[in-house]
Design a protein. Structure first.
Length: 146
């Protein structure tokens, strides 16, 4: 019979003083929200493009919206993004639509790839810079070239 199990009622008291021998408390990592992950993908893509071709981003604003504006008529399908030319009072814009992109993907890696491909193609359209110059490492998959 041990000191901790007197009268056979089970262990009583703490086995170790708090935080002395047990080590630091580990926090469980919470899963990243879909919207946070999407913004991370956009940020990583912008950083990658800025590394290879910084002039592509010099006069372009890149933003994210949940869904496209319903006032615009989309004939066949909902767009993934829109590129707007610069005007006298604003820079050129590339706007990605988070929900349509996520809807077309079945995994986070596909979201990452589609965000990258979409941004590169929209930047190429609005700046006139070749896709191969924006993406010299050819992150796009071969079936994206059609």
């Amino acid at each position: 019979m041990s000191n901790r199990d007197r009268h056979e009622r089970g262990l009583r008291g703490m086995l170790a003083p708090p935080r002395s021998l047990a080590g630091p408390r580990l926090r469980a990592r919470r899963p990243t929200l879909a919207s946070e992950f999407f913004v991370e993908c956009v940020t990583e893509t912008i950083d990658d493009v800025a590394h290879h071709c910084p002039e592509a981003l010099a006069h372009v604003d890149i933003g994210v919206e949940e869904v496209p504006d319903v006032s615009e008529a989309w004939l066949r399908r909902v767009p993934l993004a829109v590129a707007r030319e610069a005007t006298l009072d604003r820079l050129a814009q590339v706007v990605l639509y988070r929900r349509p992109i996520e809807f077309r993907c079945s995994s986070r890696s596909q979201v990452r790839e589609l965000v990258f491909t979409t941004i590169v193609e929209q930047l190429a359209q609005v700046t006139g810079i070749a896709v191969d110059r924006l993406d010299p490492d050819h992150h796009r998959s071969p079936d994206d070239d059609d």
